[in-house]
Design a protein around this ligand. Structure first.
Ligand code: HEM
Ligand SMILES: *[C@@H]1O[C@H](CO)[C@@H](O)[C@H](O)[C@H]1NC(C)=O
Length: 535
């Protein structure tokens, strides 16, 4: 009776406020901390069930890969990063469920990875559209296609024999140490863009390094300011709406991005003209054939013919898909150069360190027996070269950071003994190569760069290492360019250490960035200065 009469004295509005507060308290504190199915997962930070602040701040500073790794070391193979975000570090209950299981990407990719306002497949959220696009190009990136491609063969001959090795010889003769991150940026861009757009219509940064430097600068600008639109799209949209976007993204990022888009559409338009040339270019000058461009173009034509009949206008189909093609190919060009040049820079560093001198010698011995002509299959079969590259992709994965996906309703996450059942829909889940590649049970002494582990392990051990190897991701969204990347990187490695000897002149910039991509951070204006000597 007493309680009721007290209640009667409280105004209705105050009661409503109190109820709303109670509800908010339940929704944002009591439920996430105690009753959510995710409450059973160890917290990466005490605040994780309550707010995204902890992980967002690490992402803003691009050190989230390390913070998440530390959390896995401290709290096990499944950790909660935020009220609605989980990281899993295992194959069973992790990679196999999330990536082989085809969990969708969510808007994390499409928020920032669009070009010309059109999404490339990397950014496509929807499963059907993505797999239609991937089927259009996967054949030209298949291992047998790349290794047997007359275009790629001629491109390798010209790029390495006529451009790369002569330029390196001049640099070696100058007795000045050479900054290799830019050297690798140039040769990997030239390789990728030549396969995509044809050699004559693509870049020649090896011989025009100043143009390469401009392009790398534009690319870094674009990359550096991704955090806000990617992680806080609504807040960023609001700032843009009220005209204050420059608070978080400097005004020169827009023009840098524009320059990148102009650069690619120009190459793309040249490729269109090349495809229309009469005659036998593809047979006589396979290096100039725009392999990827031509494939994508003819796939769009076929699609239009299926839909609209045989008499569709080629001009119209090409015009209608001009931006979609350019957007896709811009993405391949950037994906190809950045990741490969990061990998090669860390490989060059490891090989050039004094304590790894025996590996550089073993590699050189192996390369001495190579026939001239850069035959992709012959190079691919060299065991020391393969081991050194695999070990670099393991310890220095170019994309070591989170690859987020969205849960469907009712998933089970985490390896046996750590499994969380009945995970609700729309939870952001991730795995990261950095942590998978540092599992000491699979990779003994994981922090040591030791190509020997890929040469001397038993068949069973190797199989387990392959299962945990995740440099190219896995499942339906796995890297489409991994075979092209392997062929190109191996040819570049063979060209350098077959001809030259390298040692470290300065490497204080060789620290990984801790975000999605792990480029060397660079210090004092350089990342990796190597002394280069002809053999
Ligand atoms: C060392 C070299 C490379 C590494 C380490 C690498 C790594 C990766 C990884 C980890 C992914 C999955 C990313 C995610 O889901 O968040 C990916 C996707 C992708 N990569 Fe690569 N990549 C390399 C070279 C290349 C090259 C040369 C190309 C292009 C020719 C390429 C094109 C792509 C594309 C188009 C996707 C998106 C695939 C899809 O959404 O289905 N990559 N790559
Ligand atoms: C593009 O490549 C084709 C084929 O090699 C060549 O004929 C054409 O001149 C090139 N276009 C430009 C603008 O360089």
């Amino acid at each position: 009776m007493a309680l009721l009469s007290v209640l009667e004295t409280i105004p209705l509005s105050a009661l409503a406020v109190a109820l709303a507060l109670l509800f908010a308290l339940y929704k944002h504190i009591v439920h996430p901390v105690f009753f959510s199915p995710l409450a059973g997962i160890p917290n990466a930070h005490w605040s994780a069930p309550l707010s995204r602040l902890w992980i967002l701040n690490h992402r803003r500073c691009r050190r989230d890969t390390f913070a998440v790794h530390k959390a896995h070391q401290d709290y096990g193979p499944i950790v909660r990063l935020a009220p609605n975000e989980v990281s899993v570090n295992s194959v069973d209950g992790g990679l196999r469920v999330i990536y082989a299981g085809g969990f969708e990407k969510g808007d994390w990719y499409s928020n920032v990875f669009s070009n010309y306002g059109v999404k490339p497949m990397f950014a496509m959220e929807e499963h059907a559209a993505h797999s239609r696009r991937k089927r259009m190009v996967s054949n030209i990136y298949a291992k047998s296609t790349v290794q047997g491609s007359p275009s790629m063969q001629r491109i390798a001959n010209i790029l390495l024999d006529d451009r790369f090795i002569p330029v390196l010889k001049v640099l070696a003769a100058s007795d000045q140490p050479v900054e290799f991150y830019t050297v690798f940026g140039a040769i990997t861009t030239d390789f990728t863009s030549a396969y995509v757009f044809g050699l004559q219509n693509s870049t020649n940064y090896v011989q025009q390094p100043e143009m390469g430097v401009k392009f790398f600068g534009d690319f870094k600008a674009r990359q550096q300011y991704q955090f806000w639109p990617q992680e806080l799209p609504r807040f960023t949209g609001f700032l843009q709406y009220i005209g204050l976007l420059h608070w978080i993204v400097p005004s020169w990022v827009g023009p840098a991005n524009q320059d990148l888009e102009n650069w690619v559409i120009e190459m793309s338009d040249k490729s269109e003209a090349t495809v229309r040339l009469d005659g036998s270019l593809q047979e006589d000058h396979p290096e100039d054939w725009p392999t990827v461009y031509a494939q994508l173009r003819s796939a769009f034509l076929k699609e239009a013919e299926t839909k609209e009949g045989r008499d569709v206008s080629v001009e119209k189909v090409v015009a209608d898909h001009r931006l979609a093609i350019a957007s896709e190919l811009l993405d391949h060009t950037l994906a190809g150069f950045d990741t490969s040049s990061i990998t090669l820079t860390f490989l060059a560093w490891e090989l050039s360190l004094l304590h790894n001198a025996q590996w550089q010698e073993r590699l050189h011995e192996e390369l001495k027996g190579l026939q001239p002509g850069w035959d992709a299959k012959e190079i691919d079969a060299l065991p020391v070269l393969h081991a050194a590259l695999m070990e670099t992709l393991r310890l220095h994965a170019a994309i070591p950071g989170n690859q987020p996906r969205i849960t469907p309703a009712g998933a089970s996450l985490g390896p046996p003994e750590h499994t969380i059942k009945g995970v609700p829909a729309n939870v952001r889940v991730q795995a990261q190569a950095w942590s998978l590649h540092r599992n000491a049970e699979v990779f003994h002494d994981p922090e040591t760069w030791n190509p020997g582990r890929w040469l001397d392990s038993s068949a069973a051990e190797l199989k387990e290492m392959q299962r945990w190897f995740w440099a190219f991701g896995s499942g339906g969204r796995m890297c489409v360019g991994s075979n092209l990347a392997m062929v190109n990187m191996k040819a570049i490695i063979a060209a350098i250490w077959g001809t030259f000897k390298t040692s470290v002149a300065a490497d204080d910039g060789m620290v990984h960035n801790g975000g999605y991509v792990a480029e060397p951070i660079g210090k004092n204006g350089h990342c990796l200065l190597l002394t280069l000597e002809s053999r």
